[in-house]
Write a protein that binds this ligand. Structure first.
Ligand code: ZN
Ligand code: ZN
Length: 327
């Protein structure tokens, strides 16, 4: 198989020819047809997350077809169209797993971080964490749903059911979740980098009723806000934008430091909460509403060999929508 591998954090990925992986007991092998490029991949490649597997094949928004089953796997079949997300394994016995919080498992494995992912022609995965997808569908357009969509969905649920929703950072996750929130009848306020008129127009085209710069105040107080951009300074900004009792959700795995802020911004029962990973229930729920909500992703396809260019475009903020690698 071919794969783009990270040898050392902070360096470019390198194309490698490797032996086709064999699935171990309980695993399946998938022929990858598309793999999304997530901001978390950037954090891994840039060395901002501790202890990645090395060398590592990044990528955790995988769409493909099952091409080999290990003995005993009877929940999937050869040729089936499937998705592989970030959560790659949980122990099922720790206190978090047993209380329905497998996203917080004490001994998890993450696709494209602590186990190999989908920047490759093939990937192996634990069959219990591989999701059946409809037989027909656009693989490139589906890939961003596997993380941007799933983590966005979990973040939206944790934000609560407030009508006036702020989205800070209008990239891959926000462009999906704005459509879900619009479909739910919420009012969306999109915050982008100051001066990014393109992203603001993009947000309005996906149903945002207001779009502006992250240092602006929205025209009315928000019920809740989700911060997708990895910028700690947005936390006090979002607290300032939400009403009494409002909630601010930090959706990213990594963020720059949150600057000091006055206690009055948190006062009156405003809340700050983070969202970590996903559960399989999140995935089942989210894929259950994708078709009803009429979600259309705006993928930008790159050949697998151009993974470094895709990461570079995401890092620089040049990208609108979601980058997807096609092997
Ligand atoms: Zn566990
Ligand atoms: Zn991701």
């Amino acid at each position: 198989m071919h794969a783009m591998r990270l040898i050392r954090p902070g360096e470019q990925l390198i194309m490698a020819d490797l032996a086709d992986p064999d699935p171990e007991p309980g695993q399946v092998r998938v022929r990858v047809s598309a793999c999304g490029v997530c901001r978390t991949d950037l954090h891994v490649v840039d060395g901002e997350l501790p202890d990645p597997k090395l060398p590592l094949i990044p990528g955790h928004e995988i769409v493909g077809r099952v091409d080999r089953l290990s003995p005993g796997v009877d929940t999937l079949r050869i040729g089936q169209r499937v998705g592989i997300p970030w959560l790659g394994f949980t122990c099922s016995v720790c206190p978090y797993c047993t209380r329905g919080q497998e996203n917080l498992c004490d001994r998890p494995l993450f696709t494209g971080y602590t186990r190999d992912g989908g920047y490759a022609t093939h990937a192996v995965a634990d069959a219990r964490f591989v999701f059946p997808l409809p037989a027909e569908g656009d693989d490139v357009a589906t890939a961003p749903l596997l993380c941007a969509g799933l983590i966005g969905w979990r973040s939206l649920r944790i934000a609560g059911d407030g009508k006036k929703l702020g989205l800070y950072g209008f990239g891959a996750a926000a462009h999906i979740i704005a459509q879900v929130a619009h479909w739910q009848g919420r009012q969306i306020f999109a915050f982008t980098r100051p001066g990014d008129a393109g992203a603001q127009d993009f947000a309005r085209s996906l149903g945002a009723s207001w779009a502006g710069a992250s240092d602006q105040s929205p025209p009315e107080a928000l019920d809740c806000a989700i911060i997708f951009a990895p910028v700690g300074a947005l936390v006090p900004a979002a607290l300032q934008a939400v009403r009494k009792g409002g909630r601010v959700v930090c959706a990213g795995i990594h963020m720059s430091d949150i600057p000091r802020f006055a206690y009055r911004l948190l006062w009156e029962e405003r809340q700050i909460v983070s969202v970590a990973n996903l559960t399989r229930d999140d995935a089942r729920e989210f894929f259950g509403i994708v078709a009803q909500a009429g979600i259309i992703t705006e993928p930008v396809a790159y050949p697998l060999a151009q993974a470094n260019e895709a990461l570079g475009d995401l890092r620089s903020g040049r990208l609108q929508g979601a980058a997807v690698l096609v092997p």
